[in-house]
Design a protein around this ligand. Structure first.
Ligand SMILES: Nc1ncnc2c1ncn2[C@@H]1O[C@H](COP(=O)(O)OP(=O)(O)O)[C@@H](O)[C@H]1O
Ligand SMILES: N[C@@H](CCC(=O)OP(=O)(O)O)C(=O)O
Length: 369
């Protein structure tokens, strides 16, 4: 597969404005997602609608105030959501996987790497991940609270090329079209443009939580890792097929920097260094000249205390800083792996996480000088 898209579908759209899951529409998107796969694009679905579907199943007319009742509704509704996605994809002989994430999972480096590995492994097995927030366990303070933000963080996590937000409007308008019928559609803007944040109001349906403001903010987050965002109507019959064909329905929000630059900025700017690994000359050359991953065989020494998933500096034998990155093994294990070939990892440690000490996707090679 050559590209990866995160496709987020909002509650109002998915549940026919709270009347129950719109299975026909789900099948329409799924058929198009299967066509995306045939065109070399891996879809990851971020599906809202658990609370809305739970309310329908429990016969509740209004979203409850109490967080515990919302969580209960989400737990009931999530069953319906995953059943419906699975049966739509089964028609094409594809499997889905339920992935429930909390904020903690993505802010903790170890869990971040585990979530990333699991998602990438699922994609490797041609499974379509269906992601939602793990509503049962989150408390109010740490909720993503809206799946627009969750979808953007998933786009960062898997370095998606595109975030597609399907909603009940044609895209971002210069004012809320529910309040102002004369509002006009914004076709294209930079995700970082402060003017677009001012156009976006809160949620209109009472079912979802985000509204347009969280969609614009999500486009800014997705842009950090270089993803472009499309906000479009999920009711456009061929919306995903149009995007696949290179058309630009709805609103396109462009990132300012290329994917690699954005990811490097994000890695380099957001984390504290926990330790150092010293590389031999061959490893330094491979990192600088071929953009390779760092393998244990090229590491001669390890300093400091760090856990799997934390940021470490990579230095040459004269103490010059070459790179930094998120390490796949903790300091004690990394020490034992110095100078070892990747196929020896399981023998040395009794287990193996990954064959690299730092994968190239999680490695920032620094400019010389
Ligand atoms: N500038 C805007 N352009 C389009 N929609 C807007 C804007 N400002 C606010 N909205 C409202 O945002 C709603 C979509 O948000 P929401 O109901 O949370 O959808 P979803 O469930 O798809 O996340 C629209 O129905 C609309 O009323
Ligand atoms: N996890 C919640 C997500 C709610 C939510 O963000 O909804 P929306 O604004 O429609 O994307 C659910 O499944 O109901």
């Amino acid at each position: 597969m050559s590209a990866r898209w995160v496709i987020k579908i909002g509650s109002a759209l998915l549940t026919n404005d709270g009347r129950g899951l719109d299975r026909d529409l789900m099948q329409v998107w799924v058929d198009q997602m299967v066509a995306l796969r045939a065109a070399g694009i891996e879809p990851i679905v971020v599906s809202s609608g658990a609370v809305a579907e739970g309310m329908t199943r429990l016969g509740w007319a209004r979203r409850p105030e109490s967080i515990h009742e919302q969580q209960a509704a989400a737990a009931v509704g999530q069953m319906g959501l995953v059943q419906a996605w699975e049966s739509c994809f089964r028609k094409h002989d594809l499997h889905t996987a339920q992935v429930l994430l909390t904020h903690d999972d993505l802010s903790d480096r170890k869990r971040y790497l585990n979530a990333r590995s699991t998602l990438l492994t699922l994609l490797g097995f041609s499974v379509v991940p269906v992601v939602n927030e793990n509503d049962t366990v989150v408390t109010d303070e740490i909720r993503f609270g809206d799946n627009d933000t969750l979808a953007a963080l998933v786009a960062n996590l898997v370095e998606a090329d595109r975030l597609v937000i399907l909603t009940d409007q044609e895209g971002l308008f210069d004012a809320d079209p529910r309040q102002n019928p004369a509002a006009t559609l914004i076709r294209e803007a930079r995700a970082s443009d402060p003017a677009i944040a001012l156009m976006a109001g809160g949620g209109g349906s009472g079912l979802g939580r985000g509204g347009m403001a969280t969609k614009v903010r999500a486009a800014g987050l997705a842009a950090r890792s270089g993803a472009m965002t499309t906000i479009a109507s999920g009711r456009r019959p061929e919306v995903l097929a149009e995007l696949c064909a290179g058309a630009a329905p709805g609103t396109t929000l462009m990132p300012d920097t290329s994917p690699m630059n954005a990811r490097k900025q994000w890695l380099a700017g957001h984390l504290r260094m926990r330790g150092r690994v010293v590389l031999d000359a061959g490893a330094v050359r491979r990192l600088r000249e071929s953009g390779s991953s760092l393998l244990p065989v090229g590491v001669v020494d390890v300093f400091g205390q760090f856990s799997r998933g934390e940021m470490v500096a990579c230095e040459d034998e004269n103490g010059g800083r070459v790179a930094c990155g998120l390490v796949n093994y903790d300091a004690a294990d990394a020490r034992r792996l110095c100078r070892k070939k990747s196929h020896e990892i399981a023998d040395v440690l009794g287990f193996m996480n990954e064959e690299e000490l730092i994968h190239r996707d999680n490695l920032v090679v620094l400019d010389r000088g």
